[in-house]
Design a protein around this ligand. Structure first.
Ligand SMILES: [Fe+2]
Ligand SMILES: [Fe+2]
Length: 268
């Protein structure tokens, strides 16, 4: 367990080194998002369970998809949207019951879900979904992942957000390794149309919305080839990681656009 925790801390450091945040305008209420916020035994227990679960799934997927990279990415991106859908459904439910109103959370999670949806479109265009087995496995996992996330969120939103952070960190390191091993080949291949449509779109409001550690418009991708596409997908995963970290502190999350416009719509 100690080795797993050290591995997790190392990957956090890599994400931070690769993506210095808030280098433009600082955002309110976002201190160092990669610092632990609580050292209580409950938090440690939650995080240990999450790390164990993540490592187990990563090991199983690693043995199933050794060199079938696009199929592995298709599975990862299919399940990547699920926690955001689960968070939104729980936030809607709590709002319906009158227990809380968290418009910023719903908005940011929707933007995160749309970002992962475009990653999925890219993997489908690259042929990651060509086998029935991969489509079945991805959807089977997504079904159970949804109910697991809902249950975890009811028990502890902090734990559910931490689990999602673990998954996003794994996605970051998976794409980072892939880029390092295949740089020359990827630079010779064209970017999928789905990536061009998404990253070079004139309307990048939702693209800015999920990156809560950055000011809006502070990141604009360059897409010349497939290498650039995977660089940006990897960078997106790092931004998800930071947003999930931020969510683990109660009431911490703000929409980057709400901050910019001085709005506040969330109530307890
Ligand atoms: Fe993704
Ligand atoms: Fe992700």
């Amino acid at each position: 367990m100690k080795a797993q925790r050290e591995k997790e801390q190392t990957e956090v450091a890599v994400v931070e080194e690769s993506f210095p945040v808030r280098e433009t305008a600082p955002l309110d209420g976002a201190d160092d998002l990669m610092e632990p916020t609580d050292d209580s035994w409950v938090v440690k227990l939650e995080q240990s369970v999450n790390i164990f679960l993540t490592e187990t799934v990563v090991t199983i997927l690693g043995s199933l998809y050794r060199d079938r990279n696009y199929a592995r990415f298709f599975v990862l991106e299919t399940i990547a949207r699920v926690p955001y859908f689960a968070f939104i459904s729980m936030l809607h439910l709590y709002e319906t019951f009158g227990w809380s109103r968290r418009a910023d959370y719903i908005k940011v999670h929707f933007a995160e879900s749309m970002n992962e949806f475009h990653h999925l479109l890219i993997m489908e265009e690259l042929g990651g979904n060509s086998l029935l087995f991969d489509r079945f496995l991805a959807r089977f996992m997504a079904f159970f992942y949804y109910f697991m996330t809902v249950g975890m969120y009811m028990l502890s939103p902090r734990m559910a957000y931490h689990f999602s952070e673990c998954v996003e960190r794994h996605a970051y390191s998976t794409y980072d390794k892939f880029l390092k091993l295949n740089e020359a080949e990827l630079k010779e291949l064209p970017a999928p149309q789905a990536a061009i449509n998404y990253y070079l779109n004139e309307d990048l409001y939702l693209f800015d919305e999920f990156q809560t550690a950055r000011a809006p418009c502070s990141r604009r991708p360059k897409i010349d080839n497939l290498y650039d596409v995977f660089i940006n997908i990897r960078d997106d995963e790092a931004e998800h990681c930071k947003t999930m970290k931020s969510c683990q502190t109660h009431g911490n999350l703000r929409s980057p656009h709400s901050i910019k416009n001085g709005l506040r719509s969330d109530t307890e």
